[in-house]
Design a protein around this ligand. Structure first.
Ligand code: ATP
Length: 297
């Protein structure tokens, strides 16, 4: 089984600050760091590091940031399919990281929203029945819909993380098999039951330090978070989703409690370390997480 992650690719610049500034205030930043980011890229890198074959489809501009992303991605164990668009700036995120571990993220989406339906669907070349399509909320409505319809035609399993929330998601849920949402997103979407009623087979609700729940028509399974010292929560949800999907795919089973247990372990690594992709478990750490958590308890 292979995963096709289609989404945004960005460079993250993280400013560490004592506390969030009030409007109009000028404050000092303690440090500035740079890392790969973008929800699509985050999910693709985490998934690839688990050992699941992964194709990452995204748009970048023909600029220095785009080249840096391509160079850094070449060091990851995935197959990048980057469309280099002219006249478009590669996406970037500015992350404000407060001392208490809370963050605020501002992301551009010029390149992600310019990826056309045709270019995106081309990125699914070779996808077979049972392969995974993984999406988030940074692409245009037309491109997201085209990808979901193409995935259905190919017999793929579709997984959606509706973040950032966009109004165009509403008619797409019947094309989604698995949804990953946090509490705010679940509430804004009318509740997890509303997603199930529209044909979503499994909803994973992430609950921050309280862990996560898998909700299906049969009932609910809760998994506790792994206690850790919070350094930087950026990308925790992306790492969680990628690990849960990969854990189930690598074992050839439907999403289950074990997949969520693996995901809470991987997300705890991410939360306990600074950075985005730099904080994700390495390939060796993923082997340990997936192996160790796979032992009978
Ligand atoms: P983000 O937008 O920051 O990537 P999210 O809102 O999508 O995150 P969360 O529910 O905050 O998702 O976190 C995802 C997972 O990360 C949780 O289910 C949990 O396993 C882990 N996690 C998050 N915060 C903590 C924490 N303080 N301690 C331990 N684990 C955590």
């Amino acid at each position: 089984m292979k995963a096709y992650v289609v989404g945004n690719a960005a460079l993250d610049e993280t400013l560490s600050i004592d506390d969030f500034p009030r409007p109009g205030a000028s404050i000092f930043g303690a440090s500035l760091s740079r890392d790969l980011g973008g929800k699509g890229l985050n999910q693709a890198v985490a998934m690839a590091r688990t050992g699941l074959p992964c194709v990452f489809v995204a748009a970048v501009g023909q600029d220095a940031r785009g080249r840096e992303i391509a160079d850094r991605l070449a060091r990851e164990p995935l197959t990048p399919r980057l469309t280099q668009l002219s006249g478009v700036a590669t996406d970037a995120s500015t992350i404000l990281m407060a001392a208490a571990g809370e963050n605020a993220v501002i992301t551009t989406r010029e390149a992600a929203s310019a990826l056309s339906p045709g270019q995106a669907v081309e990125g699914l070349a070779g996808a077979a029945p049972g392969d995974l399509l993984v999406l988030q909320g940074n692409l245009s409505a037309g491109t997201t819909g085209a990808l979901l319809r193409e995935a259905r035609a190919r017999g793929m399993t579709t997984a959606m993380n509706p973040s950032p929330l966009q109004p165009y998601f509403a008619p797409l849920w019947p094309l989604v098999d698995l949804a990953f949402v946090n509490e705010g997103e679940a509430e804004a979407l009318g509740g997890t039951g509303h997603l199930l009623a529209q044909g979503v087979q499994g909803v994973v609700l992430t609950l921050g330090a309280a862990g996560a729940a898998l909700i299906t028509a049969e009932g609910q399974t809760r998994v506790a978070a792994v206690p850790c010292t919070v350094r930087d929560t950026t990308g925790a949800g992306d790492c969680f989703m990628a690990t849960a999907l990969a854990s189930a795919a690598l074992r050839g089973v439907a999403l289950d409690a074990k997949a969520l247990t693996h995901a809470t372990r991987a997300a705890a690594h991410t939360v306990a370390r600074p950075g985005t992709v730099a904080a994700f478990p390495t390939e060796a750490e993923f082997a340990d997480i997936l192996g160790r958590a796979g032992q009978p308890s």
